[in-house]
Design a protein around this ligand. Structure first.
Ligand code: GCO
Length: 458
């Protein structure tokens, strides 16, 4: 299956085709200038924390300097929409108090440049670059940070709400809570279950409170969440215990966030596990009014959460006792991730059955393949093409089965800083030559995606 042949004709005419990035990944760290330090700058200084040894002192792919080039690329790709994040420490260096006019002007220019090219901005307010000063008061575990996040959200809404219709609050809060605070693989690099639980609770509150702040300044905008939802899956034979564990995984990855953010309720099984393991009671009455942040649902999907039985419980899912992580099928991306296109369909159907009235966007899907230029100078990233073809056609199928799917965003527009992996892992539609002035070259998959969009419109 190839991307150019995917039949998208059953999708609604106003379907949105896009691509995404995030601030830290393309703008770079503190070294990019004019911004405060964030927790990823600090993690970068810990020896070994970033696998390719990038450290903290990088400038992303110099998007700040090259954003006009990037805007022109988006135009060339015929994108309807661009999903990006605002760097909190760029617009408010310490996360409280004074805002930085220069940083805010950068996003003015980016947004205006998008609109001039007829590309809809879709803003994410938090994609993992917490101002370091806020970590020093406890980070997301501290409810004061939720208040500060909502002040920052109000300010951004007042500034950009006249031009930006789609707003997401927090990208993949599951990663923020668990990878940042239990495994420590992500910033702030903490390994402490009680902290992770506190963070998981405060992030749900931050979604509610931040959304309300955005709406108070710009009542007409549409606010949603962006979660990495998934389908937990067991390979091989199963026991009752295994199935119970799988349901707990569903709680961690899906129900905690969706019920918390869209219903103001927590799943009782997780509340009980957290209390048993840490003594912390997450009180759903503290979530606040969730009515402001449920205009749409953003689903980031890469693969199923795959397990096999016969284990002692999965590290990332305290409370599980009988499962172990596993892979599925033969195909692996260069990250080692399985291909599970059926799972994207299954996940979308499940979400839409639970929330039938809320429009859904597939806010991230894509694949890491580290192809470079061939002798002909082109980047023949055939596996990325095939991967996207399979996943997009599964999304088309989901739509045919009644899912109110409104758009699809490829992750990512550009090769970029892939968190703990540094610059080793390439997710871009566009190749970036890290050793030669960050020169951009459209990969073959980018050209195919462009053709898919154009033929959809014609
Ligand atoms: C995420 C983030 C992206 C990543 C991408 C690939 O989903 O983890 O939103 O920033 O780069 O997912 O890992």
């Amino acid at each position: 299956m190839i991307l150019r042949n995917v039949d998208t004709s059953s999708l609604p005419k106003d379907f949105i085709w896009g691509a995404g990035t995030s601030s830290m990944q393309i703008e770079g760290g503190h070294a990019s200038g004019d911004r405060g330090r964030c927790i990823w700058d600090a993690l970068g200084e810990v020896p070994g924390a970033i696998k390719d040894g990038t450290g903290a002192n990088h400038r992303g792919v110099e998007h700040i300097e090259m954003f006009e080039t990037d805007l022109n690329i988006m135009k060339e790709l015929s994108l309807d929409s661009y999903r990006f994040s605002i760097s909190w420490p760029r617009v408010q260096p310490t996360g409280s108090g004074a805002f930085n006019e220069k940083g805010m002007t950068f996003y003015d220019r980016l947004i205006d440049g998008l609109l001039e090219r007829n590309i809809q901005p879709n803003i994410t307010l938090y994609h993992w670059d917490l101002p370091e000063d806020l970590q020093s008061i406890g980070g997301w575990a501290n409810p004061e940070v939720v208040d500060l996040f909502s002040d920052y959200s109000a300010k951004m809404s007042a500034r950009y709400g006249d031009r930006v219709k789609y707003w997401a609050m927090i990208n993949e809060p599951w990663c923020v809570a668990w990878l940042g605070n239990l495994t420590g693989e992500h910033a702030p690099g903490i390994r402490d279950l009680p902290t992770a639980v506190r963070v998981a609770h405060q992030l749900v509150r931050a979604h509610a409170k931040g959304s309300q702040a955005v709406k108070s300044e710009s009542p007409h905008v549409l606010v949603g969440s962006v979660n990495n939802l998934t389908n937990p899956m067991l390979i091989g034979s199963s026991t009752e215990e295994n199935m119970k564990d799988l349901d707990i995984v569903d709680g961690y990855k899906n129900r905690w966030w969706m019920q918390g953010m869209y219903e103001g309720k927590y799943p009782a099984d997780l509340v009980e596990i957290f209390q048993r393991e840490t003594g912390i009671f997450c009180d759903e009455n503290e979530i606040g009014d969730v009515s402001y942040g449920r205009d749409w649902i953003g689903v980031n999907y890469y693969n199923a959460e795959v397990f096999k039985g016969g284990g002692n419980g999965a590290e990332l899912f305290p409370g599980t006792t009988s499962i172990d992580g596993a892979g599925f099928g033969e195909e692996r991306t260069d990250m080692g991730w399985s291909w599970t296109p059926d799972g994207i369909k299954e996940t979308l159907i499940q979400v839409s059955q639970k929330y039938p009235d809320i429009p859904i966007f597939l806010t991230e899907n894509g694949a890491c393949y580290n192809y470079g230029p061939s002798e002909d100078g082109k980047i023949h990233d055939v596996k990325r093409d095939e991967y996207l073809a399979r996943y997009i056609s599964a999304c088309v199928d989901a739509h045919k089965s009644g899912v109110n799917l409104k758009g699809f965003y490829v992750w990512s527009l550009l090769d970029n800083f892939e968190w703990a992996w540094g610059f080793e892992m390439r997710f871009g539609l566009v190749f970036v030559d890290f050793k030669n002035k960050m020169k951009r070259t459209l990969k073959e998959s980018a050209l195919a995606y462009r053709d898919l969009i154009r033929s959809f419109r014609s």
